[in-house]
Ligand binder design. Structure first.
Ligand SMILES: [Cu+2]
Length: 256
């Protein structure tokens, strides 16, 4: 399944839904994270459900492989301060970390990665998003089989985190692209007023193989516009920024 077919499908009507967050390939922990998705209201706005609180303590069926896999249960009224994840490639190799930290009414985001040689283009921008991880039927968390085509990797993370009706570049989960240096290293830090830590727990940060065009392709019939070479090219731009395969992924967990 390619990204085109699974993005733009955020239709989260589930209430009291349970997300099962599966640890990456190679890890032994299976962590069940019970969350409650609360619809904002009955009626037309109810589709834009958001995770409001974790109502049940996390159940850990096996010791987490690494400390970052721990899930800290939130109590009523608790406003989470920080969410973190480790990005891993399809073979389970950890390549970096991503951190979202609340500061006042803002969220500070910091990511640091080192990409292995041969995985993707160096000295290049790479699409970087928060994916919803909201469709259990596609698998949960960051699942990939390195023996399978790269287009199949991490499709379990589902489409970009978004409110109903948002198009790409305006998705809640759309972030500035990661500029990877020639040696594979990359660091990005930015501050956002669009990201709420509580809504990020259980979501997945994904790094892509290609640049994100942010929907910023002047497609049309005017003299200074371009004709898309296929319908799918235009559709991918609208859905994902045509950022290509998913090459690394990490499910966000609460830290405090
Ligand atoms: Cu993405």
């Amino acid at each position: 399944m390619n990204e085109d077919s699974i993005d733009n499908r955020f239709d989260d009507r589930a209430v009291g839904r349970t997300l099962r967050v599966v640890a990456p390939v190679g890890a032994v922990a299976v962590i069940a994270l019970a969350v409650t998705a609360v619809a904002s209201a009955a009626g037309p706005g109810a589709e834009s459900a958001r995770i409001a609180s974790v109502t049940t303590p996390a159940v850990v069926t096996a010791p987490p492989a690494e400390p970052e896999a721990a899930v800290v249960p939130m109590t009523a009224g608790h406003r989470p301060r920080e969410a973190t994840t480790v990005l891993r490639t399809a073979d389970g190799t950890a390549i970096g970390t991503v951190r979202f930290r609340r500061k006042g009414n803002r969220t500070e985001v910091a990511a640091k990665v080192t990409l292995p040689t041969g995985l993707t283009a160096m000295d290049a921008f790479h699409g970087f998003h928060i994916h919803a991880n909201d469709k259990p039927e596609n698998g949960n968390g960051c699942l990939a089989d390195p023996a399978q085509p790269s287009a199949t990797w991490f499709t379990s993370a589902d489409g970009h985190l978004s409110e109903l009706g948002q198009k790409h570049s305006h998705h809640t989960g759309d972030m500035p692209s990661l500029l990877v240096n020639a040696d594979g290293s990359a660091v990005i830090e930015f501050t956002s007023t669009r990201l709420d830590i509580a809504g990020l727990i259980g979501r997945a940060v994904v790094l892509h193989a290609q640049p994100d065009n942010f929907g910023n392709v002047p497609v049309g019939t005017g003299p200074e516009q371009y004709a898309a070479n296929s319908t799918s090219a235009g559709d991918k731009t609208a859905a994902t920024g045509n950022a290509g395969d998913r090459i690394a992924c990490g499910v966000l967990t609460l830290k405090r």
